[in-house]
Design a protein around this ligand. Structure first.
Ligand code: NDP
Length: 335
């Protein structure tokens, strides 16, 4: 069983030296346990935070332990009556080819139906990132028909879902993404009304100018994935009583300072700004997954994946995700 361990904690930007590839034998199953062969590993921005030792909303990832992370795969051996060989499952198996899972605790391992939804989508649009987009949009932004919703990292796993759900609710939807290819995908494939390549507008003045053109009626809802100058520019265009779902601030995950240029705008615009962690809202997951699963099964919700091949490629692919080299949900394919 090939595994990737966290070898050391990064200072600033992580490197491949922070990870170590090892091989260990798969242990014999005990009663209640299931052996899962992983087909895909999920790589997610939150993993950067767990590589640090400092205080955060997530527990730090232990050193010399398998990198924690979401996985989908197939049961290949079972000593648990609820799981049969051949079942497709989603879990938190980590960066390794096989995981021994104590499946006696409810929710540790979930069976999934791959007849209408591909297995990998349970790590993306019909999984944690999809529910994240759903929660921030539906429960925090709560958009009304005709309102303008803006989302950053718009081509990504979370952002792509946010925009499509907002379009389905009758909003004008504007994305921000890095580069012309991502922007073309966001408008032409995902159906957003406009997408701004923020790299073309590197300072606050030019970016807020671009937002003014794309959002002629101002901004009512903003789904924040990035932080920094993008947030400042959105705030300059925010309408009275606008809502911001604070989902992620990836531009600061390596410790970059992120001052807010003009916090007085929160007062002036009577804005609601609310942070959230999707795993603390398990009560909404069934409702969210129902809409997301139906959307993917019928083709109404589209998604895209960046797939790295083989366990050894995981660290490099993860470093790429933090720099926007991914185009859609970043996965590692093992089988
Ligand atoms: P994505 O698929 O969106 O990939 C990350 C993207 O972030 C990159 O593709 C890149 O897109 C963008 N990015 C990276 N660095 C920068 C930068 N310095 N400035 C601007 N953009 C950057 O990842 P996810 O969809 O999985 O996650 C999106 C966000 O949601 C993250 O911030 C993540 O931490 C957060 N999140 C929060 C959760 C919660 O519970 N609160 C749960 C899940 C995710 P581009 O090239 O377009 O810039």
């Amino acid at each position: 069983n090939h595994q990737i361990l966290l070898a050391s904690r990064p200072q600033g930007e992580p490197t491949t030296d922070n990870f170590r590839l090892v091989e260990t034998p798969v242990p014999e199953l005990e009663a209640g346990q299931v052996l899962v062969r992983h087909h895909y590993l999920s790589l997610d921005p939150y993993m950067r935070g767990r590589m640090n030792d400092g205080k955060s909303y997530a527990q730090p990832q232990p050193l010399d332990a398998v990198m924690i992370g979401g996985t989908v795969g197939e049961v290949v051996a079972s000593r648990n009556g609820n799981f049969n060989v051949g079942d497709h499952v989603v879990g938190m198996g980590g960066w390794q080819e096989y995981a021994v899972v104590d499946a006696t605790q409810r929710g540790v391992l979930q069976k999934v139906d791959t007849r209408h939804v591909p297995l990998s989508a349970y790590l993306g649009a019909v999984g944690m990132p999809g529910v994240t987009g759903w929660y921030g949009l539906v429960k925090i932004i709560d958009p009304k028909e005709g309102e303008t919703v803006v989302v950053s990292a718009a081509s990504g796993a979370v952002g792509s879902v946010v925009g499509q759900l907002a379009k389905a609710r009758g909003c004008r939807v504007v994305g921000l993404a890095g580069g012309p290819d991502k922007c073309a995908y966001v408008t032409d494939e995902l159906g957003f009304d406009a997408c701004i390549d923020y790299r073309q507008f590197p300072d606050l003045k030019s970016l807020s100018g671009a937002l003014k053109v794309a959002c002629p009626k101002g901004i009512d809802g903003y789904f924040e994935n990035v932080g920094g100058v993008i947030l400042d520019a959105v705030m300059l265009r925010a309408n009275a009583f606008s809502r911001v779902a604070m989902c992620g601030m990836i531009a600061g995950y390596n410790g970059e300072p992120m001052p807010m240029a003009n916090p007085a705008l929160i007062l002036v615009n009577r804005m609601k700004i609310e942070g959230f962690i999707v795993s603390e809202h398990m009560n909404v997951w069934p409702e969210a997954l129902k809409e997301l699963g139906a959307g993917v099964a019928t083709g109404q919700i589209k998604f895209r994946e960046s797939v790295a091949q083989g366990i050894a490629s995981a660290p490099e692919a993860f470093l790429g995700l933090l720099k926007g080299k991914n185009f859609g949900k970043q996965l590692v394919k093992l089988v």
